[in-house]
Structures are given as C-alpha cells and as structure tokens.
Design a protein around this ligand. Sequence first.
Ligand code: ADP
Length: 293
Amino acid sequence: MPENVREEAAAAQEQTSRFVSQYAPATPEADAPPAEPIFDVRDVAVFYGEHRAVTDITLELRRNQITALIGPSGCGKSTFIRCLNRMNDLIQSARVEGEVIYHDQDLYDDRIDPVQVRKRIGMVFQKPNPFPKSIYDNIAFGPRVVGMKGDMDEIVESALRRAVLWDDVKDRLKTNAFGMSGGQQQRLCIARALATDPDVLLMDEPCSALDPISTGRIEDLMLELKSNYSIVIVTHNMQQAARVSNMTAFFTVELDAGEKHRTGRVVEFAATDKIFTNPDDKRTEDYVTGKVG
Ligand code: ADP
C-alpha cells in the first residue's frame, strides 16, 4: 500500500476511534448480561421480482440498544430495515424469505396484522414527512387509526414531550406542521411514531436532510429514547453510527453467483467500537477507514 494511503487510512481510523471513545454510550459491558432480544432475524432474503436485493441476513437486535446499519449505497440497508415492520408489504414486487421473529412471534405469520405491527414498530424516514395537517392532528392520527383509548390531548402532549418538542410547539398545536423548521418536522415525525406507544423505532437516514445542529438534537434524542425503546438506524454518516449506536451491522454489495445482479449481505455485525476500531473482516476495515465507499 502506498505510504500516503496508509497514512490517510490510519488518520481516518484514528479519527473514528476518537469519536467512539468520546461519545459511544455504547458497547455493552463485557460482564453485563446481554439485553433481551427483540428481533431474531434468521436467514432473511428480500427479492424485488426476480432480483435478490439482500440475502443471508441473520442477526439479533436487543432491547434498549441502538443498532446502526451501515454500508455503501444499494447494499440493501433500507430494504432490510423495512422488513422489520413489514413496510416491504407496501411494495408490490417485494417478497421476503426467511424469518423475522419479534418477541417470539413470526412477524410474517398470516395471522399477524401489519397495521398493529407498525403501531409497535414505528418508522421515521429520510425526509421529514409530516401530514398537511396541524401539529396536533399529525400526532393524533396514528392513535385514532389504531383506536387507542385515552384522552387524546394527553396522548398528544406525552408524545411531543418524549420527542422533546412540547415546549417548542405547545402554544401552536393547531397550526400547520409545514410551518415548522426541518429539524422540528423530523422531531414531529419521531413524536408521531412514538404516539402509538411502540417499543421499536426504525430510522432510515433520519438526519440526512438536516443541518448539523438539528442532527445533533436528533442524536441526543435517540440517546434519550433508547432507555425506553430499541432503535435501528440506517446511516451513511459513520461518525453518527459511532456516536449513537451500541451495535453496528456492516453491509456490502457484491455480484451474485450468476454475476448478473448485485446482492447485499451483512459482512460483520458486532459492538460498534469493535466495528470501528478492530473489525474482523478486511472489507469492514476498508469501509470504515474510508478506503472504499
Ligand atoms: P441502500 O438502502 O443500502 O442504499 P436499498 O435497500 O435502497 O439499498 O436497495 C438495495 C437494492 O434493492 C438496490 O439494487 C435497489 O435498486 C433495489 N431496490 C430498492 N427498492 C426497490 C424497489 N422499491 N423496487 C425495486 N428495487 C428496489
């Protein structure tokens, strides 16, 4: 390896390690009992029509942890995260093989109602996507759809408080959500997901449309929320993965056996500091040190 490349790689790794040691909440204590599994994903593959987009995904996601999914574009991170709350059901050509066990239940069992699944496993997307309604109605929408019992004002206030948004908006609950800043809109979307009392939050690049200050707020919020929720985040920002997550799955994408299509798979799944400072697989190391992207 040329000396300058070696130096750059070492500098990148150093910088990431610094982030890990500075911020990581993160790695489970070596002697602590492992947290309870929430998802047991066994040998999952997702197809779009004939195209196998991701394959061989086997991993366990645990309670009160933040799990980051990282890897180059097109390696199937979004496709995989959508398996965790049956969002792929909404894409006509998509088909999921394998098992996604959620609290000992097969999420893809015919008897499971996907609407109830999405109540327990909420999702926040890349671009804030509030409904063209008031702040109040954005939050009340989900609880109304799933027929949640209780005082709606209290449900709305509680969700906004959990997303640390209440003080910003309590005097303008009836105004249109589009009047909020981008960062506030994303926290509104988080509050909307929290309103149906989920136990898992899925976040697909939740900060990629936000400025650094709003990004910092969302990261702080995630660290606060993880004491009550389990979080899975897709991120392109490796420093973000290092700052917030306990566990990281590194995906890659390779030509499949027939050399016709590119198929994503998980190369390595481990504690975040291991992935960033001492990964087992050379492909992980090359990615996290910025040698390939
Ligand atoms: P990532 O999130 O890692 O960038 P994606 O999950 O978006 O990757 O994409 C993985 C593969 O699946 C890509 O080849 C992409 O073109 C394909 N894909 C994603 N969404 C769809 C879809 N709705 N229909 C068909 N193919 C899709």
